[in-house]
Design a protein around this ligand. Structure first.
Ligand SMILES: Cc1cc2nc3c(=O)[nH]c(=O)nc-3n(C[C@H](O)[C@H](O)[C@H](O)COP(=O)(O)O)c2cc1C
Length: 162
């Protein structure tokens, strides 16, 4: 199995979840930003896991990106493409997939449902139900226990999709 865990992350919370999921999947998995996960890197993946923060109750878009304040602590990383744009350019494949997002507990909406749909459109059929990981506020931190839950989700995923 070749697994890639691709993420969009402004303050590092979704990136940390992605790394924990990759750890849970095993040594054959790599966590990569949307900039690092170039088409040649994902070309022969048998499992693509993709995750992003929920913004505006959905998968972030360029308009949401443009509105993000740059004076937060920690500073936002706005240098990588949105996952939405990455998914639009994902070449067709035929592996399995899984989607996750990070969100504030009370929020409605989902980024993961859009991710699931776009991965399926590219030929990567969802292997499991999407998962959601909770942050305390806009810049984080992740709620206690979420990284462990992400690791376990990765392990479960590998057992199902491996
Ligand atoms: C412009 C903007 C809109 C947001 N909208 C939502 C939202 O609708 N629901 C929600 O749960 N969180 C929302 N958030 C909080 C993000 O989900 C949170 O910043 C993210 O989980 C942090 O992950 P990251 O550090 O990987 O970017 C929003 C954040 C921003 C900056």
């Amino acid at each position: 199995m070749k697994a890639v865990v691709v993420y969009e992350s402004i303050w590092g919370n979704t990136a940390a979840v992605a790394r924990a999921i990759a750890e849970g999947i095993g040594p054959e998995a790599r966590a990569l930003s949307t900039a690092e996960a170039t088409p040649d890197v994902v070309a022969d993946a048998t499992l693509i896991v993709a995750g992003a923060p929920i913004q505006g109750f959905s998968l972030p878009n360029d308009r949401m990106r443009a509105g993000i304040r740059t004076d937060t602590v920690p500073a936002p990383d706005l240098s990588t493409p949105t996952l939405r744009s990455w998914l639009e350019h994902l070449p067709a494949g035929n592996g399995r997939s899984a989607a996750f997002d990070t969100k504030i507990r009370w929020s409605p909406g989902s980024a993961a449902s859009v991710i699931d749909r776009e991965l399926a459109r590219a030929g990567y059929a969802p292997a499991v139900k999407a998962e959601h990981f909770i942050v305390a506020g806009q810049t984080g931190p992740l709620k206690d226990g979420e990284l462990e839950r992400a690791r376990q989700w990765g392990t479960t995923l590998a057992a199902i999709a491996g």
